[in-house]
Design a protein around this ligand. Structure first.
Ligand code: IMP
Ligand code: MG
Length: 200
């Protein structure tokens, strides 16, 4: 069944995403290099241990596109957090799915970058930061594809944000409704008829 008929409007196009990801990757790369100590012999930067922590499932497309723009040696350790189960369009509180989470015991010496699709109530990011902080990383930053223009989202510290968007429910480019629409190449809003009968 075609999914395009369920789209209300395109909020962010494929071209806008590509262009912004280029900028964001350059910024992340430059920040890491700027902080890296130099080799005493030849002055080249000593790249620290970098661990990316993508949050499943919504970040999969974003992280796949972002990491291929970051020519740095890095480890990737996923976490799975659920907050919008099934047909929910508002947060039901973030909970970690242990079976799909692959964090090391400790993160001493590692610079951590948390990657997620969207900052909404901020619950997911808070829970994730608490867990990671206990593993003692050297630094911990977060990078979100989207941030909704609502006070709770704006209040949460987040070092990198690709796009600030209105406080609307969005789908595509990894974001889902009831686990559908993640494969839409653009970021879109959903026609209200699709979720009206399901609102929980
Ligand atoms: P938070 O915990 O409320 O900040 O929400 C974060 C998670 O909720 C995201 O990682 C998404 O999985 C989901 N989410 C929040 N807003 C949306 C949306 O507009 N569309 C799809 N998923 C969303
Ligand atoms: Mg998510």
């Amino acid at each position: 069944m075609p999914m395009q008929k369920d789209i209300e409007r395109v909020l962010i196009t494929r071209e806008q995403i590509d262009q912004r990801l280029d900028e964001l990757a350059t910024q992340i790369h430059d920040d890491i290099l700027a902080e890296a100590p130099s080799c005493p012999d030849n002055g080249t930067p000593i790249i620290p241990d970098i661990t990316l922590i993508p949050i499943l499932t919504g970040s999969i497309i974003f992280v796949a596109d972002l990491i291929r723009r970051l020519p740095l040696k890095m480890q990737i350790r996923v976490m799975s957090v659920t907050s919008y189960p099934g047909t929910s369009t508002s947060s039901k509180g973030a909970s970690v799915e242990a079976a799909l989470t692959r964090l090391p015991e400790r993160l001493d010496g590692h610079h951590v970058l948390i990657i997620d699709d969207i900052l909404d109530s901020g619950n997911t990011l808070k829970v994730v930061k608490e867990i990671i902080a206990k593993k003692n990383p050297t630094s911990m930053r977060s990078c979100m594809l989207l941030r909704k223009q609502r006070p709770e989202a704006m209040a949460e510290t987040c070092e990198y944000v690709a796009f600030d968007i209105p406080d609307e429910f969005v789908i595509g480019y990894g974001l889902d409704y009831d686990d559908y629409y993640r494969n839409l190449p653009e970021i879109c809003t959903l026609r209200p008829e699709v979720y009206e009968n399901d609102i929980k």
